[in-house]
Design a protein around this ligand. Structure first.
Ligand code: FNR
Length: 186
């Protein structure tokens, strides 16, 4: 069984990216399990608090989940044509202390997808993740792209993905990403 840890970069209750995460999990092919992770309880990074108290338990737990997963899927909103600070803050915490980066991220297959009510599909936020993925020594997935535009219209009031064309895109992306992760799994 291949395990993918999907992290949604928005904590709000009606987050379109959390809806996309759930749709991606449902679309995963047989033999692949998608687990959900949230950034909701991650505090703001503060070097003084790290020096005094170390890495918070909630961050250590997320680090362990990333390290254990065969692959990671970042489901990113786009803020001001880039990564939301809240999401980057959460990932920044998981890179502390730097001596743990290789254990947590080294050689890790990582995909990036996203949803926006706007027309541009989070393309710029997805690209903004690339230097970070490179810095952390991950293996970014470039075999497919998934950029969900006009996302306010593709989910129903319960958060289910109802747009047939977008569903097909999600299924295609997840099939290709799961293949990539499975091929690289230890
Ligand atoms: C946005 N939004 C946005 N959308 C986009 O496509 N490109 C952008 O540059 C921005 N910029 C931006 C800045 C800030 C500060 C906010 C709060 C929002 C809109 C954004 O895509 C929308 O709020 C999404 O619904 C956020 O994702 P979740 O919370 O629905 O997952």
């Amino acid at each position: 069984m291949t395990t993918i840890l999907a992290i949604a970069g928005s904590a709000r209750a009606k987050s379109l990216n959390q809806m996309l995460l759930r749709a991606a999990a449902e679309a995963a092919p047989a033999g692949t399990t998608v687990e959900h992770a949230s950034i909701k309880d991650i505090p703001l990074y503060d070097g003084d608090s790290e020096a005094a108290s170390g890495v918070p338990a909630v961050v250590e737990a997320l680090k362990d989940r990333i390290a254990k997963a065969d692959g990671v899927l970042l489901v990113t909103p786009e803020y001001n044509n880039s990564i939301p600070g809240t999401f980057k803050n959460a990932i920044d915490w998981t890179t502390r202390p730097p001596a743990d980066i290789a254990r947590v991220y080294g050689g890790k297959p990582i995909g990036v997808i996203g949803a926006t009510p706007g027309p541009a599909g989070t393309g710029l936020a997805q690209v903004a993740w690339l230097p970070i993925l490179r810095t952390l020594g991950t293996l970014p997935f470039f075999g497919a792209r998934l950029m969900v535009s006009n996302a306010g219209k593709v989910f129903d009031e319960h958060g289910a993905l109802t747009d047939v064309a977008v569903r097909a895109q999600v299924e295609k992306y997840m099939a290709a990403f799961a293949r990539f992760v499975t091929r690289l799994a230890p």
